[in-house]
Every structure is written in C-alpha cells, then in structure tokens.
Design a protein around this ligand. Sequence first.
Ligand code: NAP
Length: 498
Amino acid sequence: MPEPKHFKNYIGGQWVESATGERYENRNPANTDDLIGTFCKSDARDVDAAVAAAAEAFKTWRLVPAPERGLMIMKASQILARRKEEVSQMMTREMGKVIAETRGDTQEAIDCGYYAAGEGRRLFGKHTPVEMPNKFGVAIRRPVGVCGMITPWNFPIAIPSWKMFPALIAGNTCVIKPATLTPASVANFMEVFEEAGFPPGVVNMVTGGGSVVGKAMVEHPGINRISFTGSVEIGNLLGSQCATAGKPFSAELGGKNGQIVMDDANLELAVEGALWGAFGTTGQRCTATSRLILHEKIHDEFMGMLLDRAKKLTVGNGLDEKNQVGPTVSEDQMKTDLYYIDVAKNEDKSKLVFGGKRLTGGDYDKGYFVEPTIFTEVTPKMRLAQEEVFGPVLAVLKVSSFEEAIEVLNDTEFGLSSSIYTENVNLAFKAIRDIEAGITYVNGPTIGAEVHLPFGGVKGTGNGHREAGWTVLDFYTEWKSVYVEYSGKLQRAQIDNK
Ligand code: NAP
C-alpha cells in the first residue's frame, strides 16, 4: 500500500494548514487498512482566507482575455491527461468505484476542460438592432466574481471540473469544498492548476465538514454564487439559506431514474443497459437506473436474462481490473443500502430475487461491500420505488402499456435521467415528449452524459439550472446590456418619445 499523504488546504497559491490545526483520515472503502492520507479539518477562518485570496485574484483574472484563460484551462486538461492513471488510482482508493470507471471520471474532467477552453473563443454575447438611428445595442456576459463549489463524493473530479472549468473560463475565481469522503481527487485537481500556472488565488480548496466549511461558504458575503451537487436534504437547506442571503444557487440533487423496456425492444441490448445503469458505480450515480419498468409481455423472459447476467458480476476491490462492481463508499452508505433492502423485504408484496446481503468473508470483511440486489413485483407507491437509495438496489415494476410505463416513470418527486428501449420510432418520440426528466436516452441506459450537452433535472432534482454544455455559463455570468450612441445628440428612448 502506498504511504499515506499529509494533505493541506490550497489557498492563494500555497499549500497551507488549517487554522484549527485539526485533521481527519481518508480511508479506502474496499480495504479500511489502506489510509490514503489525512486532511485539514478546516473552519470559517480558512474559508475567510480562501475568499480573500479569490477576491484579490478576481481583480486581474477577469481582465485576462478569455482565449488566454482558455489556453490555461487547456494546459490543465493536458496535465490531467498525463496524470490520468495516477489520479484515477487514488480516486478508486478513496471512493471505491472500479478503476475503469475512475479513469472515465478523470477523462470527463479532461474533456470538460477541453470544452471550456474552446468556449474562451466563443462566450457569445448578442447584438441586436435598436430603435434609434446611429445607436448600437449589444448584450455581453460578465463574470460574477468569487464562486463557491460544494461537491459530492460520487464523481470526485468530474463534478468539480464541471463547476470550476466553466466558472474560470467566464472570468470568475473559485473556492471549492470537496466531499469529506473524497478530498484527495480535488487536491490532485489543485496540483494540476498549480502546475498549469494559474495565478495564486484563482482556485482555492478548503477541506472539512459540510456543516462547518460548507455552511461558512454559503453564509460568506464575499462568495457571490454557490454551485452545489448532493442530496435533496442538504440542497434544500442550502437553497433556503442562499435565498435569504440573496445569493444565486445552482442545485443538482437526487434521482430515481427509470428505464422502460417495451415489448418490441431489443432485449439483449436492454439487459446490458439495465445492468450497467443499475450496478455501474455500485449504483452510486445520480443518474443510476434504480427502477426498471418492464412491459408485461417480456417481463419474465427479460428477468431470466437479467438474472443470468447479474450472477456473473464480479464484486471486489476496484483496483483489481477484473472486478466490475466496487464497494459502497462508506459504512454509512452501506447501512443505508441494507436498510432499504430491509424495507423492501417487508414492503407489500415485493420479491427479493437476487442479492440482498452485505458481502462478507476474506477481503470483503475489510470493506463495505453489498451484493447487487434486485426486487421484482415492486409497485409504484412503495418506498423502494419512490426514495433514492444510492446503492446497487434495483426495483422492477411491471406495466401493461406504453401509457402506463410513462405514468409509472413520471410518478416520482425526481426528474433527472430516464431511458426507453423500443424499436418503435413513434413510441420513442412520444417518450421524449412526455417523460418528465432533464435527460432521456433512447435505446441506451440512464447513465452516460456527455460534457457538451446540458446536464440537470426537473422537479425535485434541481432548481432550474443546468451544468455542462453552454447552458452552465448562464450561472457563471451575468448579462449586461450596452447602448452606444454615435448620433452626437440626445435621443430619447421610445417610452419618452411617443
Ligand atoms: P450530501 O451529503 O448532500 O453532500 C454533498 C456536499 O454537501 C458535501 O461536500 C457535503 O460535505 C456538503 N454538506 C453537507 N452538509 C452541509 C451543510 N450543512 N452546509 C453546506 N454543505 C454541506 O451528498 P453526498 O452524499 O455527498 O452525495 C450523494 C447525493 O448527491 C445523492 O443524493 C445524489 O443523487 C446526489 N448527486 C446528484 C447529482 C446530480 O447532478 N443531480 C450528481 C451526483 C450526486 P461533507 O462531505 O463534509 O458531508
């Protein structure tokens, strides 16, 4: 096992200890003997220092031409690409997901940087004719200042990159608080910015607990925007705090994503999609497939095929390339998964047909492993069909028509991702039209978003903002309308003229 590292906060271009002097441990959820390192248990004083550094840096960073900022972001992505394997290995150690997936997480951050770098030559404003002669009108984007990022553990570098790269290209500076469970990936990200030559204070990281560091960020008058990804409970709390402070807030919250399989679907393809969507990342993706909605005509055949494939899944330490499913991220998350399994076992008539237990014995005893688990005969109002588990637990519901499938899929407080497998183009388009979700896949699983398309959800999943794509720039910029007179005289606007 590699030697544990002593990580510090990154503030104003320096690696510094926290004001508290206290530290916490970060251990591998696949093997708790593996200590990745210790991290600063920071408090509001560290947030103050980071915000001061970011505010100072903003004075000059906003004036760096956007294409030049883009070149620096490009360089950061190239450094991350060079360090991809090392960063991914550490990510698997701290978060648990299998190495093929942490490579994907790092790749997403790299791609996000490339995309943001390109935006440095776009950041389009809008010109429009005006009502008066010899007068010019244009709307331009302006940066908003210091932005705060509060991130979850399930995409330890991809989600920070979704937030930071667009904020930076728009001319803002950043203070990020990573999830307590996955700070090493963000520390690696800071090293990348440092090596790429970002000026001191443009990016800052403060580690520590959400209720201390995160709270201080939300309350800090020097932070102008908070971008949050995490649970509904914390998201709603921060949303109300930001509203009181008059601070724009972007929330990406939970999901209860459904995959519909119609009676005309390519079943091989749909089984493969369901397996990957439900058990990839040990079910710990906000877009994970947690509900499988099967047409009754193919239900039994599909379940036979799915169970055959599920039996072959290999669960274990994510650093071993042969494993397909890693541990849950923590003891708490494992307990949540087991709690929901218990709830479902006792609920109504749902039937446990696969898995359902903690994996024990041998190396499993050192980590937090839960068997991939499948319940059939779940009905739409059961807790397993309504509440986010965030683990490898799949609820299967049976429907008798397309209309019922859409109704069941929409019957949740969330609306992040969704999928339909059908060979019928008319049904596919009706699904695209009628599913209440921010993302719909046709003949693909509920996971697999790309960085250049808007990402986010409707209903309880979010608050209307979108990450990724060009749309994220609306959160990190403010529009200014500019009027330029070149008539040499006072021209009253139309309201004063008529
Ligand atoms: P979480 O418990 O809500 O934590 C998210 C972040 O908020 C962490 O950095 C956490 O810090 C911080 N935090 C906790 N309490 C806080 C407080 N009082 N004030 C300010 N910050 C606070 O969520 P999680 O368990 O890390 O992530 C899982 C959840 O994220 C799931 O619900 C999942 O669906 C959602 N998610 C959504 C998306 C999406 O795009 N829609 C993507 C990924 C994940 P600590 O780590 O120190 O507690």
